[in-house]
Each structure stands twice: as C-alpha cells, then as structure tokens.
Design a protein around this ligand. Sequence first.
Ligand SMILES: [Zn+2]
Length: 104
Amino acid sequence: MVITNFSGPQGTYPCLWCLMPGRDMHYPCDQCSLRSLESILTDNSAFVRHSSGKKEVAKFHNALHTHLLDIELEEVSPPYLHILLGVVLKHHKLLEDAAHDLDT
Ligand SMILES: [Zn+2]
C-alpha cells in the first residue's frame, strides 16, 4: 500500500496527498504541491541514491520506503480511524481542561 512509503506521522511531510509540512497542517492547503505516485517513486529513488541515512529523509519528502502496490493516490482512502481518534482525543482534552477550570 502506498501509505507505507513515509517515515511516519511525525515526519516533516506526513501527508500522502500533498507536500504541506506537518507544522503547517492547521492552515488551509491552498498553495501546497500535490503528490502523485510518480513523485513518491522519484523521491524514494533519490533518497536511496543520494542520502546518507534516515535522518535526511525530510529532504526527499519523507519517501522512506518503496510501496507494496501500485495504487493511484486518488484511490487510497484517508485513515478515518486515526483522524477520528485524533478528533476525539482533542475533544476529550478540551473537556478535561474545562472541568479543571470549573474546579478552580
Ligand atoms: Zn495533504
């Protein structure tokens, strides 16, 4: 599956579909470049040929591994479970903070 190409959600470019840096994810993706299966393969090849190790993977848009299946990015579903877990966790923390504020 293509999604396993990347070094992980803590990488500089964690999104499968675009090249928006993770630190900017809270802004709209108006001008970020989109990825394609071909661009991911090109980045991974360049990483394999030109990097001196995993620490440089951000220079190659975090394309750390080769993919398992040729699936175009438009056909890959978003990781709904992980997105939902993140939203629920954020909501829970906000509720917890509000409860602590009521206690004080
Ligand atoms: Zn994106």
